[in-house]
Write a protein that binds this ligand. Structure first.
Ligand SMILES: C[S@@+](CC[C@H](N)C(=O)[O-])C[C@H]1O[C@@H](n2cnc3c(N)ncnc32)[C@H](O)[C@@H]1O
Length: 251
């Protein structure tokens, strides 16, 4: 994968890149949206990886000096906490073939973007929900929203869908209603999301990261599964990403 991503935590910490290489479309002649720009690493890579795509970077921040300026790239300041802004950003972009959701990582925001993003995506398009481990009950962002109680999130719902699809089971009304218990998706959302999904591929890092996200060191205390600075290297809720393919084929 591109050296442009060498400095991204997608590479040195999460180890997502080989997985993405398997699931990204070979080419895109429509639109790409990435929620979450940060320093613009991923936007630089998208410019190179999809030379025919028009690219939107959506972030709560205004345009930053280090973000790449390019004729095929536009930026949109928005807040994932406001569903109407998510809908608006998606509506402004015709022909969306790829959405990468790498924004706040708050479970509620992940669900808002998934619900509206999958709807806006073209038939046959690809939706990447990056860092979905923040919706795992062991993660602090999950605990901020739900405490210690079991809760409906994008992770629980998409894992359920993957399980149903893999085992060839239908979404019965009873399963749908069970999945609809929660604040993020109602029964209609569950029904329409399930109907839209062709496949779901899940990645969870099973090896040590290349280097530490906090201090950059590769000096690890191997028996403690910690970096020398103390960061945990193999947390239960770490380095998980999901690729969802939408049904149908592009027009
Ligand atoms: C993980 S970084 C994005 C990294 C980038 N995708 C990359 O791989 O190079 C997360 C970004 O989400 C943005 N963000 C945080 N909260 C947000 C919100 N409520 N709405 C929109 N963007 C948000 C942050 O400003 C930050 O730039």
């Amino acid at each position: 994968m591109s050296p442009l991503l060498a400095t991204s935590d997608k590479s040195f910490w999460h180890g997502f890149l080989d997985f993405y290489a398997l699931h990204l479309p070979p080419k895109i002649d429509g639109a790409v949206i990435e929620f979450g720009v940060f320093k613009g690493h991923s936007i630089r890579w998208l410019i190179e990886r999809f030379p025919e795509a028009s690219i939107t970077g959506a972030d709560i921040l205004p345009v930053q000096p280090e973000w790449p300026l390019h004729p095929r790239v536009r930026y949109r300041q928005m807040d994932q906490d406001d569903a109407s802004q998510v809908v608006q950003v998606l509506a402004e972009v015709p022909g969306i073939q790829l959405i990468i959701e790498d924004g706040s990582h708050m479970p509620k925001h992940q669900s808002t973007c998934l619900k509206h993003g999958l709807q806006a995506l073209q038939a046959g398009g690809t939706y990447i929900l990056e860092d979905i481990h923040t919706s795992h009950p062991a993660h602090s962002l999950y605990q901020e929203e739900f405490g210690t109680r079991p809760a409906q999130t994008s992770l629980s719902v998409l894992l359920a869908f993957e399980h149903l699809l893999r085992s060839g089971r239908p979404l019965t009304p009873a399963v749908r209603d069970g999945l609809a218990r929660g604040a993020h998706f109602d029964a209609d959302d569950i029904e329409s999301l399930f109907g839209a999904v062709a496949s779901i591929h899940m990645f969870k890092r099973a090896t040590l990261p290349t280097s530490c996200w906090r201090c950059g060191s590769s000096n690890f205390d191997y028996h403690a599964y910690r970096c020398e600075c103390g960061v945990e290297l193999m947390g239960a809720a770490d380095s998980m990403t999901l690729v969802v393919k939408k049904r149908g084929s592009a027009a």
